[in-house]
Design a protein around this ligand. Sequence first.
Ligand SMILES: Cc1ncc(C[n+]2csc(CCOP(=O)(O)OP(=O)(O)O)c2C)c(N)n1
Ligand SMILES: [Mg+2]
Length: 747
Amino acid sequence: MSTNRVDVVESNLDAYLAQAAPASRVLADDEALHQGGELRAREALELFEDAYLSRSLDVAARELKKTNRSFYTISSAGHEANAILGAQLRLDDPCFLHYRSGGLMMARSRKASDVTPLFDTLLSSCASAEDPISRGRHKVFGSKRLWVPPQTSTIASQLPKAVGCAFGIGRSKRQGIANGLATDSIVLCSFGDASANHATAQSAFNAARYIKKRGGPLPILFLCEDNGIGISVDTPQGWIAESFSNRTQLEYFRAEGEYDEMWEVCRDAIAHCRDRRAPVFLHLQTVRLWAHAGSDVETTYRSQEEIEAIEAADPLLGWARRLVETGAAAPETLRAIVADIRTRVTAASEEAARRPKLKTRAEVVAPLAPWNEGRVRARAAQRLDPEARAAYWGEQTPEKTKSATKRTLAAHVNSALHDEFLRHPELLLFGEDCGKKGGVYGVTQGLQKRFGIGRVFDTLLDETTILGLAQGTAQLGFVPLPEIQYLAYIHNALDQLRGEACSLSFFSEGQFTNPMVVRIQGLAYQKGFGGHFHNDNSIGALRDIPGLMLAVPARGDDAARMLRGAIAAAQEHGRVVCFLEPIALYHERDLFEDGDGVWLTDYPPPSESPSDVLLPGDLGVYGGKNKDLCIASYANGLRLSLRVVKKLEAERKIKVRVIDLRWLAPLPLEALAVHAEACGKLLVVDECRASGGGIADAISAHFAERGSKVKVRGVRAADTYVPLGPSTAAVLVGEPEIEAAAKELLA
Ligand SMILES: Cc1ncc(C[n+]2csc(CCOP(=O)(O)OP(=O)(O)O)c2C)c(N)n1
Ligand SMILES: [Mg+2]
């Protein structure tokens, strides 16, 4: 058997077109292919052109690969029927695409005169810096102009955000958020048959149905491009139809047969989704030609007969036959189209392969973490109309209540959320129990009542969906504040942050962003209550994510100023920020003794001063003139350190400087160095798990590598899950350990 199946498939089409006899009657341009049908000869021919262009680009990618000039060979060959969706959807229907949706992309491009899909796709395959969407960072289908955000290669990971986008359309209209979409826009999301089994995909189908069941509009078209296989594993016969044809709140359509018949099914599916604002599952029959990718040897799992049968079912062969037999096109016309596209693609692929690549590290990382401090500060200082604020709060502003003015961290986060919601109409807040109840710890109390369920709402219990809703709504112009109830549960949905939210600007050179502030309740020290999952003290998974910002406030006034900074960073640069709220400090009032109230603070009202916001590098400094020892910490560790220092200073004639790092990504190493060098000795009190990517290791490495004379020690929590009850003390960083390490450094 010939091993070059690309040539075989190309020759099959050529052979058919060479010998096909024209139909006895030629259709007029606007005549339908079948009686009573809708697909007219002109459109059918255009579709064939789009589909063959997609095919030809796939051929070119494999051809270029032979000389190491292209770097991606997963193709759309056999899936070109998706071009029908490209032709039927509007440019204001956002599309989150499967890597085989090339036909769709070509047909969609026809709707905009200012795009060059042929050359752009080749640039992307060649990883050229001139690829207008990813600039050579990945082969993607994506385009700002065409409302196609680029997708990464993780299976099904784009589905939750597509649901979020569909969810946000109506809401953005009601909230007056401009995004160019129409009231009747819908969202398309395509994926493969094997991917439909993925937990992330199931999460999205479930969320769409659940939202619809609750009465919400959810105009999403799930397009399953079913080729019957995932790499080498067959999907059981009938599995997709069985699994999706009978789900409530999810209308099922099956597109198969001749392409003018498929056209009509697709049209009906779109109309259902658009008119009823309801989720639709469109099951599109496809085949996969040429194995999974260029590197995949299909003969290890498919017989020659199977491969030949699939090649005989090539949709382009079927479409060519249909066009010829119905009289929509003469074989000669199709031969001319094929020849013309081949010539154009061959020429363009030579050119694309010559175009420059990204060269330097700086060029590659540029879109990951854009930062202009002045602009972020100015954003955070944006005026909140005093009259509007007075009308909102009445006599009881949070800085001037009838009761004691000093309040807790939980109270200040709550007040700051109210103020920020008042200031920014694009903010949304949602998660588990944060609406009606106001959060497990009362932090979001009153928000839903004051701002309505359009902006503050409970979601279903699924972190993947929560982060999907955040990404989708953020792409529509909202700045969502999703809440993850406990730090341990961010791991349930981590890919949504790591693979998706934080990579979006990277793979689109910042053309697409999903600004958000993810509020997470976490860290330990809850006096033995809750066990590991409510005392998770590992931030490694977050610090590992490129571009992600991580704020960890320790006290109320800081929390309010840091939250404003986080929101401003999201708004100004589209950044994804995690705002980790230490549960054990939410309601803490005291520092040294019961009843001293030292951990309570005054609420800082929104300020028009750019310096009144806390951004990475703005350290909290306690005892700024002290020089005997510097302790760097954050959150609970900061409070413990301050207690230890009081004791040490009473016992010995020493003065200790204590630094609150406040932001743990990016880690403020330069700002810390100033204090550490002034003292010569640095103790890092890291309450996180020793091997959990905490900050003690990073700080020690930094000082060691720069050849600093600063003597550095660290204390860290044990490398374990956190147990229940009094034994928690054995694994968490405690005051005696901090004291011992400090004494050792001072000795
Ligand atoms: C989460 C995840 N797991 C595994 C992979 C590796 N992988 C890439 S494609 C693929 C098969 C997908 O099959 P299907 O969804 O049917 O799409 P098709 O390629 O057939 O169009 C797998 C397992 C991946 N990309 N993402
Ligand atoms: Mg498949």
